[in-house]
Design a protein around this ligand. Structure first.
Ligand code: CTP
Ligand code: MG
Length: 384
């Protein structure tokens, strides 16, 4: 049995508002659409994954789907129904036995739900995830509340919805071109027997702006946190600028190094890389490479942040300690903290910066060099 997941993402997300369509906005550090694509791509019962997109979103889609093993994207239509139809027609050339049709706007489906739908499809041509209605239901007209609606035999329908491929393609081809909000309704219209399996409360459809806030809150609660550390030391020499934490500090000596030798930003870069096990600063920016001569170390930090983002991580907090006998750090601390907060896009309360001397002991105490320690904490979303 060959099963294909068809994810529809060709809507414009009018009700959700925002600067870009909702399926490309990030929740938990990942584009909404990517959550479902990743889940289907790694699900053992799914053989291939295709996405239906709006042609004008192609650049957003390329970015959101980067690196995933997907079939080529399919151009959607003006309604969800038209988009699904376009997807099914495109798949028909190499028709699967079964298809699971899913809304990109539902990022938090579980692997178990996909298994449940796929398993029921062995016996039935049309399977919908459904949840009971727990609130009382009333018909209304304007502000007037009218009669009670019996909720006992009502359910709320979700996606992914599973179908025998030939049957749902045929139903879509015969159905009137508008008016169906999901494929279960198209299947029922065409006379297919449609059955339900249990849906999931977490499998919400992100529809309104507040749905994004609620999703972000639940993801933060469910997130995994990882801490990375970094250490760096540079020698103090005459004839060099002294740059610490991205701030130039007037002093008769400066730190020796290939780049601007900002020991704070180097330790910080290593700490960020440590949260994703991505090696150290030297493996990304070899000191032998002339491109990094006198480079501003902020670019190393930005690179580490982009790797962190690509791994689905969000930086939450850094704690930095400078070890220096001279110059005195205290007068520059506020400026350094502000600069670091700006560079890291964190609030200043999430940027801790401390300094200490070593009481005249060792190479630091003798003023031969400056060292920095950094800890970085990043959050990685898990589906709730
Ligand atoms: N969809 C689609 N093609 C359309 C309309 C919708 O592929 N012409 C997709 C959406 O991208 C979404 C799913 O169908 O993943 C469910 O639709 P909905 O939640 O209504 O999304 P939008 O239509 O984008 O949002 P809105 O109705 O608020 O504009
Ligand atoms: Mg819509």
């Amino acid at each position: 049995m060959r099963r294909v997941a068809l994810v529809v993402a060709a809507g414009s997300g009018i009700r959700a508002g925002g600067e870009i369509p909702k399926q490309y906005r990030r929740v938990g550090g990942r584009p909404v659409l990517r959550w479902a694509l990743e889940l289907f791509c790694r699900h053992p019962m799914i053989d291939a994954v295709a996405t239906v997109i709006a042609a004008e979103h192609a650049p957003l889609y390329a970015e959101a789907s980067r690196g995933l093993p997907l079939l080529p994207p399919i151009a959607g239509g003006p309604t969800r129904q038209a988009s699904v139809r376009a997807g099914l027609e495109a798949l028909a050339a190499d028709a699967p036995d079964l298809v699971l049709i899913h809304d990109a706007a539902r990022p938090f489906l579980s692997s178990a739900l996909v298994s449940r739908v796929a398993a029921a499809l062995e016996q039935h041509p049309a399977v919908l995830p459904a949840l009971p209605v727990v609130d009382s239901l009333r018909r209304t007209r304007g502000e007037r509340v009218l009669e009670d609606v019996d909720r006992a035999d009502l359910v709320r329908i979700q996606t992914p919805q599973g179908f025998a491929f030939g049957a749902i393609l045929d139903a879509h081809r015969r159905a009137p071109p508008a008016g169906f909000t999901d494929d279960g309704a198209v299947a029922a219209w065409a006379g297919l027997p449609v059955i339900q399996v249990p849906g999931e409360e977490d499998n919400v459809k992100l529809t309104l702006p507040e749905d994004f806030e609620a999703a972000e809150r639940r993801l933060i609660a469910a997130a995994v946190r990882r801490t990375g550390q970094g250490i760096d030391v540079h020698r103090l020499v005459p004839g060099r600028r002294l740059v610490l934490g991205g701030v130039e500090i007037p002093f008769e000596l400066g730190l020796e190094g290939h780049s601007d030798a900002d020991v704070v930003l180097h330790a910080l870069t290593d700490a960020i890389l440590g949260t994703i096990g991505a090696g150290d600063i030297g493996s990304h920016f070899p000191p032998s490479d002339p491109r990094w001569r006198d480079a501003e170390s902020s670019r190393f930090v930005r690179h580490a942040l982009s790797l962190l983002a690509a791994a689905g991580g969000v930086l939450e907090h850094v704690d930095l300690t400078l070890l220096a006998e001279r110059p005195r750090i205290a007068p520059h601390r506020a400026a350094m903290r502000a600069r670091l907060a700006q560079l890291l896009e964190l609030g200043e309360e999430a940027v801790s910066l401390k300094a200490t001397t070593t009481e005249g002991l060792g190479f630091i105490g003798r003023g031969e060099g400056i060292a920095a320690w950094a800890l970085a904490t990043a959050r990685f979303a898990r589906s709730p």
